[in-house]
Design a protein around this ligand. Structure first.
Ligand SMILES: Nc1ncnc2c1ncn2[C@@H]1O[C@H](COP(=O)(O)OP(=O)(O)OP(=O)(O)O)[C@@H](O)[C@H]1O
Ligand SMILES: CC(C)(CO)[C@@H](O)C(=O)NCCC(=O)O
Length: 266
């Protein structure tokens, strides 16, 4: 029987709230992230919760949430779920049998970072790849997290830690807003730019590429093993071509929610 998509997945980031729907009886292996059709809401819109609540009607019976928007947003989602009579499951950063973190205070770690790592480890296991992973999210902020496999295949993977920097558009915005004369420009690729727009656009682009590539080398030196990059977020496609050993995992945070909760849904 072709059951309806009864789970609403929500990735609440700083710029966009991303929504998708999956069937609760679908096996994790059957979920292709390219198939996760995504609706986007503006995270800063005053009516963001009202817009979200519109998607909670039948056949939705559960909402799975990964949010970095803080307690008031989460409380609002809980109220909407209560009103709609649906169950809310909220992703928390907690060690699992497959992944543990060295973060000093795990609840401080961004849940979107954790969800990406859960998804990346699941994909690596599915592909029988046991290489260290550099999990990169290119959103409002750029985050770069190192995850290494345990020495035995039955051991959990370990999150070593990671970095937070301004994202691509955040850098482009700030260089414009903090100067008198620099325009807001798109990303660019150029060798030794000879105009202002290319100088900024390629400067920001190259800064992020170089940062990620250097962190990949750092991870390889640290582990003594070849590593690869898993790219997610709005800027992933823009950077993928410039990075070696990189694959794009579309909608990684939404996939991470499936990894966390798929076996729990009734
Ligand atoms: N075509 C593009 N080229 C480069 N970067 C892009 C492009 N589209 C989006 N981005 C980047 O992705 C970000 C938006 O993507 P995404 O929806 O993944 O994240 P977000 O919701 O803004 O932030 P987050 O989820 O990190 O809070 C932008 O801020 C920008 O940095
Ligand atoms: C870094 C961001 C903003 C990236 O979306 C998010 O993961 C977050 O708010 N993190 C909390 C701080 C931390 O991860 O240590």
């Amino acid at each position: 029987m072709n059951q309806a998509r009864d789970i609403l997945l929500v990735d609440a980031g700083n710029t966009h709230v991303k929504l998708s729907f999956v069937r609760s009886n679908r096996g994790l292996k059957d979920i292709q992230t390219d198939d996760l059709t995504v609706l986007r809401l503006d995270s800063t819109a005053p009516d963001r919760l009202t817009q979200l609540a519109r998607h909670m009607g039948p056949p939705v019976k559960e909402v799975w949430l990964c949010s970095v928007l803080g307690e008031p947003f989460e409380h609002g989602v809980q109220q909407s779920c209560d009103h709609a009579g649906v169950t809310l499951r909220v992703l928390q950063v907690l060690d699992t049998p497959d992944l543990k973190t060295r973060y000093a205070t795990p609840r401080q770690l961004g849940r979107d970072r954790w969800s990406l790592m859960l998804a990346a480890v699941q994909q690596a296991q599915q592909r029988m790849q046991r290489r260290p992973l550099l999990c990169v999210s290119l959103g409002t902020a750029t985050t770069v997290d190192a995850v290494v496999p345990g020495s035995d295949p039955s051991d959990p993977w370990l999150h070593l830690g990671g970095y937070i920097t301004p994202g691509l558009h955040t850098m482009l915005d700030s260089v414009h807003s903090k100067t008198a004369q620099l325009p807001r420009v798109p990303l660019a690729q150029a060798d030794w730019p000879v105009d202002t727009a290319s100088a900024i656009g390629a400067g920001v682009y190259q800064m992020q590429v170089d940062f990620i590539q250097t962190r990949l080398h750092q991870l390889q030196d640290f582990t003594g093993q070849p590593a690869c990059c898993v790219l997610s977020g709005g800027g992933a496609q823009a950077l993928a071509g410039a990075l070696v050993d990189a694959w794009v995992l579309p909608q990684a945070v939404l996939l991470g929610l499936c990894v966390a909760f798929m076996d729990l849904s009734s």
